[in-house]
Design a protein around this ligand. Structure first.
Ligand SMILES: Nc1ncnc2c1ncn2[C@@H]1O[C@H](COP(=O)(O)OP(=O)(O)OP(=O)(O)O)[C@@H](O)[C@H]1O
Length: 254
């Protein structure tokens, strides 16, 4: 049914807040089996785009399909195939990690025995088992990312959409998350994630899109986008930016 479709198709997605354009018509095809990096400076529209892509934020115009299923017309079917790590990881945080996973699994109608087994495995692999009865509200920022990722993985989705999964995560946990995601893609899954970390995107991704000012500026395979340069050089060229002249903040020098 879904074999011939991209894992994620965005068409003409647009959103303004109080008359200010955040996303100005984004078209993007994320091929099934790809590891897709979404880059962009602060305020580029990455979170807004990903939120619209997964049905968390209603677009002003345009639409999104997950493996051919319309996210807004048929949200139940689309969301069954989708695992999401939202921005800021808004979680029901007065629960322990295990309780939060159980809650997510039961909301998705999963068999409680399967939820228990997978939860224990995820908590163990993500080094959260030691947190025991600690409530998620008392987790560190990195632990919250990891429990958010566990919630996204629990039902075995076909597509993972992750907003800055490596933000606030220590190097050991980052390596762990990289391994998990690489195994997930090798096993036939698709990942799209936003990031500011060029090195991670360059190391992991088969495809890259650079978003700035609410529009896609560069898109393609990693090789197509970077050519014979580093991704960082391409990013800085595309996004532009202010170069320090040395005159400013003179009052900081002693
Ligand atoms: N709920 C909101 N209300 C008003 N403005 C918003 C809202 N959400 C986003 N914006 C604005 O939309 C623009 C895009 O924001 P968005 O969070 O999508 O960018 P981003 O690329 O994810 O940035 P960052 O890398 O800093 O997380 C920004 O100008 C932001 O101020």
């Amino acid at each position: 049914m879904t074999g011939e479709h991209p894992a994620l198709e965005l068409r003409g997605l647009a959103k303004s807040f109080d008359g200010k354009v955040a996303v100005a018509g984004v078209d993007l095809d994320v091929p099934a089996g790809s590891f897709y990096g979404l880059l962009g400076p602060n305020g580029a529209g990455k979170t807004t785009t990903l939120s619209m892509a997964v049905g968390l934020l209603r677009p002003d115009a345009g639409g999104a399909r997950v493996l051919g299923q319309d996210v807004w017309a048929d949200p139940v079917t689309a969301k069954q195939m989708l695992g999401v790590l939202p921005d800021g990881v808004r979680l029901f945080d007065r629960l322990s990690g295990g309780e939060l996973l159980a809650y997510h699994g039961l909301l998705r109608g999963m068999d409680p025995a399967v939820v228990d087994k997978r939860s224990a495995e995820l908590l163990d692999v993500l080094a959260l088992a030691d947190a025991g009865r600690t409530m998620v509200v008392d987790y560190s920022a990195g632990m919250k990312k990891k429990i958010g990722l566990a919630c996204a993985l629990l039902h075995g989705p076909r597509l993972l959409v992750l907003d800055e999964p490596f933000e606030a995560v220590d190097p050991v946990s980052a390596a762990l998350i990289r391994d998990i995601l690489q195994r997930y893609v090798a096993g036939g899954g698709t990942v799209i994630f936003s990031s500011h970390v060029m090195e991670v995107v360059q190391r992991l991704c088969s495809h890259v899109a650079i978003l700035a000012g609410g529009t896609i500026k560069r898109v393609g395979t990693l090789e197509q986008v970077r050519g014979d340069r580093s991704l960082e050089d391409v990013f800085v060229e595309v996004v532009g930016g202010r170069t320090a002249t040395g005159e400013e903040l003179a009052w900081l020098s002693r």
